[in-house]
Design a protein around this ligand. Sequence first.
Ligand SMILES: [Zn+2]
Length: 82
Amino acid sequence: MGMFDSLIVSCPDCDGHIEFQSKSGECILRNYTQDNLPTEVAIGMNGDIESCGKCGKSLKLDCLISPYARIVLNDASLGDSA
Ligand SMILES: [Zn+2]
């Protein structure tokens, strides 16, 4: 079984958590939050869609590099009509 790092974010609709997994970066089974997520790990999650295990809400993770590395979580149920 492969190793991965995880990003845990809070669900915007309930008190559940949504986990994104990355196989880039160190992959030492670390759990990150949006505040301490390394850029190389964020890049490995770019475009991933995960669902809340509690309410089923889907979020799409977009990794933006410019002007600074950060991630943006979008409601995946809205499609690409941003
Ligand atoms: Zn939820």
